[in-house]
Ligand binder design. Sequence first.
Ligand code: FE2
Length: 381
Amino acid sequence: MSALEEFSMDLPIIDLDVFLQQGRDSPEVKAECTKAANALITYGALVLHDSRVAEEDNTVFLDLLENYFAQPEELLKKDERPEFSYQIGVTLENTEKPKCAVDEPCLRVIERLAPSERPLDITGHHPDPKCRFFWRMVEPPPYKTQFPGLNADNVTPEAPHIKERWGPVMNKWGSSMKNAVEGLAQMTAVGLGLPADTFKDAGRYGPHLLAPTASDLSKYGKKDTILAGFHTDLNFLTIHGRSRYPGLHIWARNTGKRIPVKIPQGNYLLVQAGKQLEYITGGLIKAGYHEVVVNERTVQVIEDRKTRFPERPLIRISSTFFWHLSSDYDLAPIPALAEEARRVRAEQFQLGRDEGEEAEYPPIKVGEQVSNELKHIALMA
Ligand SMILES: [Fe+2]
């Protein structure tokens, strides 16, 4: 089956406007929140509509990031901070490895997929050919954190054509995504039967990151190149604006299908569940697996942009924001949700959908959970 005939994107669309504009007790709001929670339980992902998000801000952001990553490597290297485990500043290509290649439960997930629905082969455990910039968007905690390493100062690039604009552009687009994802965190809590601010408060001092990734398509633009190998995200919720180049595939928990993501034009964003949300719900919501690859549509867009914008760098920027729980937060499954998780799991099993060995979620500080995950992906010694 060619990429063009693949299973079309059919994720539920959740309207944040309904939640923000109508009374919390209205039936419409309750229904939309239930829809959001169910979308995350079933798919691990959803499309979010937020009319406050301006397409123009994404455009300005993508242009600036293309210019930044088009700089020579010696300049980019000045923005590296290995002493902070690359959790701020730039991470150059071929540093981060997809954890799944050495992670048994993850390899079992791939085995359970039909061969035609599997991700591109990551068993070589090669590092990803993608660069990334981490820009913290953090409210400093009013207490002394146990995890200061994950709460260090931002890096501003030095190049004169970038320096002045960097902070304002990053903060503007980052705030749009942060506000949107916090609204969805509230909707999800309500939909799960919890007080609206349960997750938002737990993440108030989280080390949130605006984390655009960049792939040089003049070097890595051949079909079936892996730009980011099959993995899940370690944070709570990840939100993405639309990229100029297709290539993100997600796996919805209950379909077993590889789904090429298409975000509609306008005020739409893609949201995916990460490990912290899986943890706090005792596996009721599972972190969503995804990969970024060069597929047939990526190749078509590369050719199209070469013709229409010959002067622009051929760099795929993904505008990604990682929303985290606070590092000092005690992470443990909420009992009622853990019970519901076991019920859903048994139901799935009855339907012939084997979800593999039951995962354990022992209580842990969020900061420790994050460092455990970073060790797996070779970013922390
Ligand atoms: Fe990811």
